[in-house]
Design a protein around this ligand. Structure first.
Ligand SMILES: CC(C)(COP(=O)(O)OP(=O)(O)OC[C@H]1O[C@@H](n2cnc3c(N)ncnc32)[C@H](O)[C@@H]1OP(=O)(O)O)[C@@H](O)C(=O)NCCC(=O)NCCS
Length: 159
């Protein structure tokens, strides 16, 4: 399915992403309601980018570019019917290019039970940093991953 990845443009995009997220693992296990998903994807301090297909939004990636760990992939999701066709890889690669305009590091957390996503990130070259025990909900760990193009000392931001 050919997609174009672009910044989200309106409330309809936010609602489509929140619906996709609330209906999918890992957010079901993490207890995220549609309302919380909508608040997360609509947060003006974050950047939402969508994979647009002819039929509508096929996936999205949510980025946090501010704070102590700028360049954080907060969430990535592909519509259940569109998975396994490369859209998730395209979204992460797009996010890396966006983040590397401002930071040498891409960070993300993945739930320890999300073995499919873990495989994807490792295939894309992310390195395991550490385990955040009981981070989002009791009894579930988040694994912190990083992909870096070098130290801050030699990083040159681009426009
Ligand atoms: C993880 C996810 C974004 C990958 O998107 P995708 O478009 O299926 O990814 P690609 O087609 O580029 O790559 C497929 C890889 O994703 C992983 N994957 C995870 N869940 C999958 C699923 N339901 N179907 C197919 N692949 C899946 C596999 O590891 C696969 O890697 P492999 O080819 O080495 O087996 C997508 O499966 C998804 O939205 N999952 C639910 C939400 C989620 O877990 N997000 C990550 C939170 S940290």
């Amino acid at each position: 399915m050919p997609v174009t990845i672009v910044p989200a443009r309106d409330a309809a995009d936010h609602e489509a992403c929140a619906r996709m997220m609330a209906a999918s693992e890992p957010w079901i296990t993490l207890g995220r309601s549609y309302e919380r998903c909508l608040a997360a994807v609509s947060d003006p301090s974050r950047e939402l980018h969508v994979a647009r297909a002819n039929a509508g939004v096929a996936g999205f990636i949510l980025l946090t570019m501010k704070g102590q760990l700028p360049g954080y992939i907060t969430s990535v999701c592909v519509a259940a019917s569109a998975r396994g066709a490369g859209i998730g890889s395209q979204l992460v690669t797009y996010a890396e290019q966006r983040i590397h305009r401002e930071s040498p590091n891409v960070f993300l957390c993945v739930s320890s039970f999300n073995t499919g996503a873990l495989r994807l990130y490792e295939r894309l070259g992310f390195e395991y940093v550490g385990t955040l025990r009981n981070f989002l909900v009791d009894g579930r760990d988040e694994l912190l991953y990083r992909k870096s193009i070098g130290p801050w000392s030699s990083f040159v931001p681009s426009a």
